[in-house]
Design a binder for this molecule. Structure first.
Ligand code: BGC
Length: 439
């Protein structure tokens, strides 16, 4: 549900924004851009603060705070009295998105048995993608429902449609809130708080009792080694873990995925298709994203993180280079083939695996705060990309822009090949031991 709300909240603006603009008669492009992207500022704040909250309150209670933020944002952005009020409620929702974008994977990674961890954290990515698609479909449905209705002089969509689009998120927020009462705190967090019996009970629910006892010993031994300060990150070996997390976060964003997720309709129009076709192709992109996330889930614990990342980044490089060439030679059909290939490659590799890796490579006592640094940078990178994409299109054209994203994908493949270790099948404590031994 955390991932679903993350996806819905980011996807919903794409479609609702047009009616909102009419409703509030937003004339300036700058203000319109701000209305569309202000939630990302909330994401940056949420990602920056949630790590501290997660280490302090626990992952579960912090997720409860996120559910409340989602609820307030959904109701508030459906009934704003002014644009400024709308922006405030979107930022509140963004804080929830940023915070849950790291708390959900951390919680899952800390709950999951080592052999299934990659798969289970990737289910969070699946939820994000489903959330994006869900927003897309509900927006489409609401918009069609409204197109027949007229209220006075104002179209139904401009008066009410967009309110439904944002307001519907309330249901998911309430379900999320209630469901959080059914789950326990993560065993690693409980152990860090010296609640050994509670941790053992939780581990016993996930695996056998013997496994639980062995895990408790392992977690205890590692926790005894940790001081739990951010200075731990400067220990030999740990610095490289931080570098890997930050680099993957930036590569995930700067290889351009949200240029497609946020602007696909514009991209297809730029290639020469009309509005209707561009809209239909965007649905195709969403479906491809979903389908290939399943491939990632199936392979991440079998093949491992590293081969998936290298293969995905390599295919991205080829596909994005093809997009660049297709724009340069004005071959719209080639754009239409290469973009889904790019999205598919992202969906089985950098999409889920980035979140898997950054949720598993830090020590338990500082995992929240350390992952916060990486996630904060991920959201800043996301903001910069979505801010610069239209400017790049205008300035150097589509071909040059996609060539840059291709170059970044290639750098990613080389970086993963040279620097990222394989963490498939290792327990979180074994991964930590691995860093400590590394000089
Ligand atoms: C990324 C998001 C992106 C989504 C697309 C996630 O892993 O963090 O920025 O919009 O994948 O599927």
């Amino acid at each position: 549900m955390g991932g679903l709300l993350f996806g819905y909240d980011t996807g919903v603006i794409n479609g609702a924004n047009v009616f909102l603009r009419d409703h509030f008669q937003i004339a300036s492009d700058a203000q319109y851009g701000w209305v569309c992207s202000c939630a990302l500022v909330g994401c940056i704040i949420g990602a920056g603060g949630a790590g501290y909250m997660g280490d302090f309150l626990g992952r579960r209670k912090s997720l409860l705070v996120c559910a409340v933020l989602f609820g307030i944002s959904a109701v508030g952005s459906a009934f704003p009295r002014s644009v400024d009020e709308f922006v405030i409620y979107r930022i509140i929702g963004g804080i929830g998105v940023g915070a849950s974008s790291l708390l959900s994977p951390i919680y899952i990674a800390e709950m999951a048995p080592a052999r299934l961890r990659g798969r289970l954290v990737s289910v969070n990515q699946l939820a994000i993608v489903v959330g994006i698609l869900l927003a897309f479909f509900t927006n489409y449905f609401i918009q069609n429902y409204g197109s027949e209705r007229v209220v006075g002089q104002l179209a139904w969509n401009v008066a009410y449609g967009w309110r439904w689009m944002f307001g519907l998120e309330t249901f998911a927020a309430v379900v999320f809130f209630l469901m959080l009462f059914l789950i326990p705190d993560s065993p690693r967090f409980l152990m860090a708080r010296e609640k050994k019996d509670a941790a053992k009970t939780v581990l016993g629910r996930v695996g056998t009792e013997a496994e639980a006892a062995a895990q408790i010993k392992e977690i205890q031994a590692v926790l005894n080694e940790e001081k739990g300060t951010l200075a731990d990150l400067l220990r030999p070996g740990m610095k490289i873990a931080l570098l890997i997390a930050i680099a993957l976060a930036v590569f995930q964003q700067w290889s351009g995925i949200n240029a497609i997720m946020y602007y696909s309709t514009n991209v297809f129009k730029e290639a020469g298709y009309d509005s209707d076709a561009a809209f239909a192709f965007s649905v195709g992109v969403g479906v491809t994203n979903l389908a290939f996330t399943f491939v990632g889930i199936a392979l991440v614990d079998r093949l491992g993180r590293k081969p998936l990342l290298i293969a995905g980044a390599a295919v991205q490089t080829v596909a994005l280079t093809t997009v660049a060439i297709a724009f340069a030679l004005e071959l719209p059909a080639l754009v239409l083939i290469a973009i889904p290939v790019y999205v598919g490659a992202f969906a089985f590799s950098l999409g889920p695996v980035t979140w898997v890796v950054i949720s598993e490579i830090f020590p338990t006592k500082i995992r929240g705060r350390a992952m916060s640094i990486a996630t904060l940078i991920l959201w800043i990178a996301c903001y910069l990309l979505s801010q610069t994409f239209p400017m790049l299109l205008e300035g150097i054209g589509a071909s040059g822009t996609f060539a840059i994203y291709a170059g970044i994908s290639l750098m990613c493949a080389v970086f993963v090949f040279m620097v990222v270790p394989e963490t498939k099948g290792m327990s979180l404590e074994e991964i930590e031991g691995f860093w400590s031994k590394r000089k």
